[in-house]
Design a protein around this ligand. Structure first.
Ligand code: LLP
Length: 414
């Protein structure tokens, strides 16, 4: 559930009129709802209830400082994949003791940064990384807390670009090698083995792949226990899907209940790394129709937002709902909603039945995750502003980029 709804034919974000926000802050524009972010975080946290756990929001989904700060105030942990994300978490008031560091390519500098700050755990993805981390920790006179990301080889049944748990993917350590790598980790003096980790993909709409992965991981944890390697936590990764269109992903309650049942009394602490499930439906992307255009048998609504602002439709053929900000009685036709970028792939939606005229505002729903976070300056388009609403108040949480910022740091030859 989210807090974007129509009141008298006008779209509201909580108690704020979206058309008014667009007028005040300009378009294109991202709008986030604090109440929705909080609701989604609590849904996850409450779902796991009394079982020891930590919710580590996946920063990559939406790394705006205000978003991180709202979650930090709830006591959230964070899943990061770079030194930049770690710095953002700290800047936003997040607790480094609740940070897990994922990713296949951590640099020495990033390892040093995270060791000096004192994070909760490194999710190590290869033997080579394990040796490197031990060396860096030894040099700093520290012991690095580690969990090994194991690839359980299950099919998440999602888009190939966001499926990560198959043997052929670059992520994690193969299950066949897991015990050998754990044994090595246990003997390295500057590592402390804490956990086992997996993440099989994103936008999963069924529980079964999660449970298949869990069964394999629990069997591994049991085998490790027999070998004297005690595992404290199991990081189940992120990946719980959301409703963009007609998908019916499990509610966090059902998801958590199924996982807890599988634990079968084991005392393992559970770590969750949800990104999309918290942020996606807590944000909309608002764009204005510049022109309507007809080519042979096709109608286009050309809008001021583009693939550089919201790339999911172009990159993954992702479907996100597109709705009018103010419902009107213009004639309804099927439109492709396209941006000004010079690429055929620059579209936000195709073949959408809409009643629009030029000057109208459209809202692209479910844009709070992997929206602004994946934005670029392609075609020298300044990145757009981000607003967060809180009840009837709205706050600029990121200013629209200026033209000067576009070439900041660039230099002419002498
Ligand atoms: N943990 C790890 C290790 C991950 O790689 C990811 C996402 C997450 C957690 C969070 O997954 P979530 O709960 O958000 O599904 N840009 C794509 C999604 C890429 C996901 C990458 N990894 C999209 O827009 O659909």
């Amino acid at each position: 559930m989210d807090y974007f709804s129509y009141q008298n034919n006008s779209l509201f974000a909580e108690d704020c009129d979206v058309a008014k926000l667009a007028k005040t802050h300009g378009t294109p524009l991202y709008i986030y709802s604090r109440a929705t972010l909080e609701r989604h975080w609590h849904a996850f946290n409450n779902a796991v209830a009394d079982h020891p756990h930590l919710i580590c929001y996946a920063v990559k989904a939406n790394s705006n400082l205000a978003v991180l700060n709202v979650l930090a105030r709830l006591g959230s942990g964070f899943d990061i994949v770079s030194g930049g994300e770690l710095s953002r978490v700290l800047q936003a008031g997040g607790d480094p003791k609740k940070v897990v560091f994922s990713g296949v390519g951590k640099t020495v500098a990033e390892m040093e940064q995270a060791l000096n700050i004192g994070i909760y755990c490194f999710n190590v993805e290869s033997s080579a990384e394990l040796e490197q981390l031990n060396e860096v920790a030894s040099r700093l006179g520290k012991v690095a807390p580690v969990s090994l990301r194991i690839n359980p080889d299950v099919d998440a049944g999602t888009h190939p670009y966001i499926s990560t748990g198959l043997k052929e993917n670059k992520f994690g350590i193969a299950m066949e090698e897991a015990e050998v790598v754990f044994a090595r980790a246990a003997e390295l003096a500057h590592l402390h083995v804490k956990g086992v980790d997996c993440h099989i993909g994103s936008q999963l709409t069924e529980i079964k792949p999660f449970l298949d992965a869990m069964d394999r991981m629990l069997a591994l944890i049991d085998r490790l226990g027999e070998q004297g390697i005690q595992i404290e936590h199991f990081d189940v990764g992120g990946g719980l899907g959301v409703t963009y269109n007609s998908e019916t992903p499990p509610h966090p309650d059902a998801y958590a209940a199924a996982l807890l049942e599988r634990l079968n009394g084991r005392k393992l602490k559970l770590i969750f790394e949800p990104g999309r499930a918290i942020a996606a439906n807590a944000g909309i992307f608002v764009t204005q129709v510049l022109y309507l255009k007809e080519n042979s048998d096709k109608r286009f609504a050309i809008v001021d937002g583009a693939m550089n602002d919201l790339i999911r439709p172009s990159l993954y053929s992702a479907w996100q709902n597109i709705i009018p900000v103010q419902q009107n009685d213009a004639p309804t036709f099927a439109y492709d909603i396209v941006g000004p970028v010079c690429e055929t792939g620059d579209f936000l939606g195709k073949d959408r039945q809409l009643a629009v005229k030029s000057g109208d505002l459209l809202a692209i729903r479910s844009s709070g995750a992997y929206g602004f976070a994946m934005a670029s300056n392609y075609n020298s388009r300044p990145r757009v502003a981000e607003i967060m609403v809180d009840g009837g108040n709205d706050f600029v949480v990121r200013q629209r980029e200026t033209l000067e910022q576009l070439w900041q740091g660039e230099h002419l030859l002498p």
